[in-house]
Design a protein around this ligand. Structure first.
Ligand code: NDP
Length: 266
């Protein structure tokens, strides 16, 4: 009998997801008896029953089902409790345990920047909220800067420092992170050029959540010789931490990183 474990990613759309190739590359090269598939899920309420019907050992959850992932679990551990969204589920003896490796994955990917004390986050959407909460948890000073006011209302209890472009006064930062979708499907900067220039002239490092292209924001940072990480590094970080949970730490983190990183070249 084949006793391979089965893992999956749930999303809608999900056909573009790089997760199957990332995780399968690790399983195959490290001879771990598991396989990872994509599942297109229309209705988030069906996540739990689909997970169980497929006999999954674990799963990742992507847009738009991360909140449904939280609801589907019997128990939530770690940072997922703070943000209320789950991107990784583990089947622990029939109980579904929910985690969130997105923000921890980001922290993992910026480790080589050294000691980060002051951060500016551009954008106030879901990604910004998760990263801001994670930075605050580590006592890092975070300012959030957004194009419009509405979404900033969600930040009143997370960080005392949030601005729209009009009220913002630039300070010195260790890291500036673009979490807006500016540059994803267009060639826009995440704020007016003069403001972005000022911000880049006052930071040591830069990161962007967008992957698959060099955004205008990163292009400008690159021209100014600022060391940067793109969204692929973030994707890699959350993937490594999710894989560690899938294999219950039976594989070494450095080996997981090596083969997951290799999958980005496939
Ligand atoms: P949301 O839709 O929740 O938020 C989008 C944010 O971008 C808002 O603050 C919005 O501002 C701002 N925005 C959109 N267009 C512009 C623009 N032209 N100029 C300035 N600000 C703009 O998005 P998410 O947080 O879900 O995702 C954000 C980005 O992160 C996406 O590009 C996504 O692909 C990427 N991502 C990458 C991940 C990875 O693993 N690498 C993981 C998750 C997301 P306003 O409030 O004014 O509308």
């Amino acid at each position: 009998m084949d006793n391979k474990q089965l893992f999956a990613i749930f999303g809608n759309p999900v056909s573009h997801s790089r997760s199957p190739i990332m995780h399968n590359c690790v399983f195959k090269n490290l001879n771990y008896p598991a396989c990872y598939i994509r599942v297109h899920l229309e209705d988030g309420y069906k996540l739990r029953e689909t997970f169980i019907a497929l006999g999954l050992s674990g799963a990742n959850i992507t847009v738009p089902h991360k909140e449904a992932g939280f609801q589907a679990c019997d128990e939530i551990r770690g940072f997922a409790n703070i943000v209320g969204v789950v991107n990784t589920i583990i089947n622990e003896n029939g109980k579904l345990i929910g985690y969130n490796t997105d923000a921890d994955g980001f922290m993992f990917c910026i480790k080589e920047f050294g000691n980060i004390k002051k951060v500016l986050i551009l954008g106030a959407g879901g990604t910004s909220k998760a990263l801001t909460s994670r930075f605050v948890q580590d006592n890092i000073d975070v300012t959030v800067l957004n194009r419009s006011k509405n979404r900033l209302n969600d930040f009143t209890e997370i960080t005392p420092t949030y601005h729209t472009w009009d009220s913002f006064k630039c300070e010195k930062y260790d890291l500036v992170v673009n979490t807006t979708s500016a540059g994803l499907k267009d060639e826009n900067l995440p704020a007016p050029k003069a403001l972005i220039e000022e911000v880049l002239n006052n930071t040591n490092f830069v990161a962007d959540a967008i992957y698959g292209k060099l955004t205008p924001f990163l292009k400008l940072a690159n021209e100014k010789n600022i060391t940067y990480k793109d969204g692929a590094d973030m994707l890699l970080g959350q993937g490594i931490l999710a894989n560690e949970l899938f294999v219950n730490k039976e594989l070494k983190k450095e080996d997981i990183r090596k083969y997951m990183q290799k999958s980005f070249k496939l």
